[in-house]
Ligand binder design. Structure first.
Ligand code: 5GP
Ligand code: MN
Length: 315
C-alpha cells in the first residue's frame, strides 16, 4: 500500500490536496504537511479548503490555500476525511483527478478513492502522514514538522486523548529536534482565546445543563450569539471540552446553529460517542465525534440527548 502511494506520487506532476468541511487543525496540518513534502520533491501542488478558522493563519503557506480550482490533476489526495460527501469544496473536484488517494484515521472511512490508506487506531491523520513519509525516507523540513505537529496537538487536545501512543511522542520528539517550539504551538492553538471566543464560551457555560445524574452535559450556541459577541468562524471551539472536563460528566454535547445544527460530542473514554454520531449520520472517534441535525432547538436537543442515552443504556 505504501509503495503504491509512493509510485502514484512519483508518477504525477500536478497534485490536488483536499480535506474535510469545517476544517480543524488536523485537516489543515495534514494538508500543509503533504503540501510541503510535495513541494520538496518539485511537484506542482494546489490546496483547496473552504472556511479556514483564523487561529490557523500563522501556519506555513496557509495563504496558498484557495477556494476552488478549474484545473485538472494527475493526482488528488484527500486527507483526514471519512467520506466523499464531507470534502470541503464547492463542486466535485475529485472527479477532475486521474488518480485518487485517501489518507485517513477514521475507522468509518468509506474508502472512496483508488487507493485508501486508513489507520483507524491512530489519534491524528497528521501522525499517519508523518510515519508514511518517514517510510518514504523523507527528511523533514521545519514547515512539514510545524504543520504535522499542529495537527497532532489539535486532534489529541495536547496529547490528552487515549489513542496517543509512543509513536505520537516519538514524532513530537523528532519534530522538537527540528527546532520547532511545540510549547509555543500548544499555546497558540489550544490555550490562547480571543475576547469574542471567551464571550461565546461564557454564553455556552451559562446555558450548560446536566442530565442523567450529571453524566451528560448539554449546551448550545445560536447564530445570533456569534453576532452579539462579534465572533467569527471557529470561535466556538473549546466549549464542548470545558463541559467534558467537569466532574461526573461522561458525555459532553454541544450543538451550534448554522444552516441546521452542527453537533459536537466528547467523552471521557467510558462512552463511545462515535456510536452516537453514527446514529445521526455523522462519524468520528471514541472520545470525539460529531454530525449534523436539522429541526428546532428543542427537537434537536431531544434527539441528540436520546441518542446519547441509548448508547449509554440510560433511560
Ligand atoms: P468536532 O466536534 O471537533 O467538530 O468533531 C469531532 C470529530 O468528529 C471530528 O474530528 C470528526 O472525526 C468527526 N465529525 C464531526 N462532524 C462529522 C460529520 O458530520 N461527519 C463525520 N463523518 N464525522 C464528523
Ligand atoms: Mn483528524
Amino acid at each position: 500500500m505504501r509503495s503504491k502511494i509512493r509510485n502514484l506520487i512519483d508518477n504525477s506532476n500536478s497534485i490536488l490536496l483536499l480535506t474535510h468541511q469545517n476544517p480543524d487543525g488536523d485537516a489543515i496540518g495534514s494538508v500543509l504537511g503533504m503540501y510541503h513534502y510535495l513541494l520538496s520533491i518539485n511537484k506542482s501542488v494546489d490546496m483547496v479548503i473552504l472556511d479556514i478558522p483564523k487561529v490557523f493563519n500563522f501556519l506555513p503557506s496557509i495563504d496558498r490555500i484557495v477556494d476552488t480550482t478549474d484545473k485538472e490533476y494527475d493526482l488528488g489526495i484527500v486527507v483526514d476525511c471519512a467520506n466523499r460527501e464531507r470534502i470541503s469544496q464547492k463542486e466535485d473536484l475529485l472527479s477532475r483527478c486521474k488518480n485518487t488517494i485517501c489518507i485517513d484515521h477514521h475507522i468509518s472511512n468509506t474508502k472512496y478513492c483508488d487507493v485508501n490508506y486508513i489507520e483507524g487506531s491512530i489519534s491524528s491523520c497528521s501522525q499517519v502522514i508523518y510515519y508514511l513519509l518517514k517510510d518514504f525516507g523523507v527528511s523533514f523540513n521545519k514547515e512539514m514538522g510545524e504543520s504535522l505537529i499542529s495537527g497532532v496537538l489539535t486532534d489529541t487536545n495536547g496529547f490528552a486523548i487515549n489513542t496517543v501512543d509512543s509513536q505520537t511522542f516519538n514524532m513530537a520528539a523528532e519534530i522538537n529536534d527540528l527546532g520547532i517550539d511545540i510549547h509555543a504551538l500548544y499555546d497558540k492553538l489550544l490555550c490562547k482565546k480571543t475576547m469574542s471566543q471567551y464571550k461565546l464560551m461564557q454564553i455556552g457555560m451559562d446555558r450548560l445543563e446536566f442530565l442523567c445524574d450529571g453524566k451528560i452535559a448539554f449546551t448550545y450556541i445560536l447564530k445570533e450569539d456569534f453576532d452579539k459577541v462579534c465572533a467569527v468562524l471557529g470561535e466556538h471551539e473549546g466549549i464542548v471540552d470545558i463541559s467534558r472536563n467537569i466532574e461526573g460528566v461522561e458525555v459532553s454535547i454541544f450543538i451550534r446553529e448554522d444552516d441546521g445544527w452542527t453537533v459536537s460530542l466528547r467523552s471521557t473514554g467510558v462512552v463511545d460517542v462515535s456510536k452516537v454520531a453514527n446514529a445521526i449520520g455523522g462519524g468520528g472517534h471514541v472520545m470525539a465525534a460529531g454530525g449534523k441535525l436539522s429541526g428546532t432547538l428543542e427537537e434537536t436537543k431531544e434527539r441528540i440527548i436520546n441518542e446519547t442515552k441509548k448508547v449509554m443504556l440510560l433511560k
